[in-house]
Design a protein around this ligand. Sequence first.
Ligand code: NOJ
Ligand code: NOJ
Length: 503
Amino acid sequence: MSKTWAIAATIVFANLTLSFTALGAEQHKSQQQPQIVLGEWLKFETSQVKPRLMSNLLGNGAVLASPSQSDPDYYYHWTRDAALTMDTVAGLYEGTADAGERSRYLAAMKNYAYFSRQLLDAPSLSGEQHNHYANLGEPKYFVNGVAFSRDWGRPQTDGPALCAITFLHFLEIAKKDAAERPFDNDTIRAMKEALVANLDYTAYHWHDSGYDLWEEIKGQHFYNGMAQRRALLRGAEWMQQIGQPDTADFYFRQAAALTVQLQRFWDGNRGYLQATLERSGGLDYKSSNLDTAIVLAALHTDENQEFFGPGHDQVLVTAEKLSNVFGVIHPINQRTTDGGGIRLAPGIGRYPEDRYDGNGASEGHGWFLATAALAEVHYRAALHFAANGHIEINKTNAPFFRSLPKVDGESAVLEVADIEQGIALRPSQAKFKATLRAMLLAGDQYLARIRHHASSGGSIAEQFDRHTGFMRGARDLTWSFASLITAADYRNQLLKVLDGKDS
Ligand code: NOJ
Ligand code: NOJ
């Protein structure tokens, strides 16, 4: 690594004198374009990551976690990464009018349907197919569809639920665009078979102890429960529509049991939602039980915004805790402005005690998808408040509102007393919109953090180093791309609500 990254420098650009301490290669970009507004960068960045995401999708429907084949080897189809990515691809399909793009997204969705259908018959170390598709608890597959057969944290019970959620989304598209008939009958059949099997797995295996989304701890996890609950609720509605009321009823009952289980994860003393209960194996040093998985759960499963959705008090304070903790433990976060003087929120990792460095065990770092999740939760909570026409500041969520940044030139800011005593805001009050604007700015500061550590060419890896800020871990991580695309999309939606314009 070159020494120059660590030196303090003063540069003159466009009549502006900027002082900064260069921390990574990405500094180069800020030197060149100190005033580039975030919205412009996001347009550039999403235009870069979309084709990169698409090139990680193989012709047979396998979704590469990353094209990296060594140090680390991520050249596999992970059920979780694939389902989340393909849900994003479905959103891209819905969001574009460009015929060429639409047909490329559609082809990828079809390929993924066939590949997922093929996995139903793939034997795995996670269990037997005849046991309600226990084999589908397998976390990762070779790109030819053969289950990974060496040691791994298995089973992972979130994957089938996420896969079901994605297929329910595809089928909604099929229904909405019925006149266009985007999917042929064979593809619809493959999707439905994959959906039914993944729902069956979820309905019968949700209480199994399994590994968490980071593949490290065995137990009951908030993230998994949220994904399972959403899959079962949506799946039950679908079963009703196709004339299977008994199955629907069984799914509703499982979802109701999950609704009860999930309330147990709130720890009032610590003031945040716990990631795991009833740990039965795996690593044992995650003493805080504080995890970005909570925020991801809210983002990936907002079936009912009131149920631990992005605007939920307990979700918001958990997000605020994460921000606080990572702000302190990752040295890179001591830098709070970029080369152009733009404010940066802390880079966020998976959880404070993390030791996974992207290739082995030493210490954890910032993760792009975790930092994007913090941005997205701010945008989506604001959208939720706007849609409801109501913001309630109370004892539980006060730390979140206290943490919001000041918007330049905004006079209708929340007073200390509003936060300390609690207040209910309605759209007619100036403070209502001002609070939404502060949430937009808070989200933007996370995206500015991503911009700061991303490569100037637009590529993003899995992680950025907690000391140097340089990217590390798997390059071109598919899930990183998907997370940025969805965060940018919700940011646009919020801008429309606030200003009636795009960016
Ligand atoms: C690989 C997993 O994908 C990662 O999440 C985990 O932290 C390491 N193995 C260490 O268990
Ligand atoms: C490690 C992450 O912890 C896990 O969540 C992910 O599924 C794999 N890498 C593949 O990206």
